[in-house]
Design a protein around this ligand. Sequence first.
Ligand code: HEC
Ligand code: HEC
Length: 450
Amino acid sequence: MRPEGESKRTRPWRALASAVALVSLGGLMFNLAAVSKTPPQPPTASPRDAAAMFREGRDIFRNDTFGDEAFWGGTLQLHKAIEGSKHGGVGPGVSPKTALSVGLKVDAARIPPAVAKAIKAGKVDLDDPATTLALLKLDAVVGVKAHFKDNGKQLKSMGITCALCHSTVNNSFAPGIGQRLDGRPNRDLNVGAIVALAPNLKPVADLLGADEATVKKVLAAWGPGRFDAELFLDGKGFRPDGRTAAVLIPPAFGLAGIDRHTYTGWGSVPYWNAFVANLEMHGQGNFFDPRLDDATKFPVAARNRSGHTRSAHDQITSKLPALQFYQLALKAPKPPRGSFNAAAARRGQAIFDGKGTCSSCHVSPTFTEPGWNMHAPADTCTDSFQADRSPDGRYRTTPLRGLWTHTKGGFYHDGRYATYGAVVDHYTSCFNLHLSGGEKSDLVEYLKSL
Ligand code: HEC
Ligand code: HEC
């Protein structure tokens, strides 16, 4: 039996509940009526849409300059150094031999058969900057977009794309000339030497608040396969030990399923893509990151308000979805057969997952931590210089798949360990692992097999 008082209190609630039920039933009927009049909609995801987005993303990755010609051509006048004084530019110009020697790559698919035949027959002058111009006109230089004047002979401007640093070629035609390998870091590319060719480095010096001689010194110290994405934020050209502050160009493959990106975990893939397109390539877009207002950590960025970049003609933001989609589709390439000892690699895996404790951070199959994949420098017995140049002061656990594609330049963010063996030795002493010589070499074979 219910006490009197309660029944009085519950009755109005019941009435309200049935009123609500009636209203929602009415809504449902209304909705059903609306649905019955609309033709059936296609499913929200289709493989065809995915294929179109992949193609769009690939085109952006390979070919889009995001309007960065305003910087590379307009401000730095780099195109003038490439064509040389004979063709209306300045200086000796850049011959194909010079271009290949600073690590630029040529896409063999863009070379017509007749030209390919002439190159093979030694009939093309690879010491003549005019040949470089011809290659640029064919759109054959990976990651470089040249724009010609109406006469078709002289350069008007130039820009760069993501592929400049994050693609290479398979050398199928000749060293430096072959089919594109998107996502592989170009560890031959000497970005510092290329930028230093620019006739006008004053705007860079002004941006950094330094003189041109200092800028040249910083660029010359980079060397092949390196670039410094933080230079335009903090103006630090060198580590306290005097070595370059530039880091190795990492792969842009094998990144799906991973949370933080870059060596120091600046953000997600689309975060970093927007960062690079705006602040490094100097494309025309919008970029937001109030962390860059920290004038102690990022004096250059805070002064230039880099975290509040605005362009009236945004050529970047609309491209971020497809660009990310393409990057996430780039799988880490498998090592070639015979490039490692399979039996030793199997033994090495047991050490990686067991005694070596490697898999406590490098978790298969991404080989970084699912979730928050960041570590204090002391966790891997590393100095904090590069970590301190980022918002979190940490290092991200590097994904290890496809390690074999970028042994050149060494391992860790700054290449401090020249060989696989040196990395393993480092961990052996850092974690006090007591690994025998055989165990260490097994672990190396496993790393080669990833
Ligand atoms: C001039 C060379 C250069 C260009 C051009 C360039 N990058 Fe990078 N990229 C780098 C370097 C160097 C890093 C490492 C930065 C760091 O950790 O400080 C990097 C890091 C990355 C990462 C993080 C990888 C990881 O391991 O998490 C992604 C993703 C990436 N770049 C994508 C792009 C895209 C997309 C473009 C074009 C919009 C682009 N990059 C253009 C040099 C370049
Ligand atoms: C505490 C987490 C942690 C553990 C445990 C760990 N690593 Fe790492 N690993 C990292 C971090 C963080 C980096 C990035 C370091 C840097 O670039 O400064 C890294 C980088 C690497 C690299 C360099 C990758 C490149 O592209 O340069 C290799 C190789 C590597 N680890 C192998 C191993 C092996 C082998 C073990 C076990 C002996 C191991 N790691 C244990 C966190 C870890």
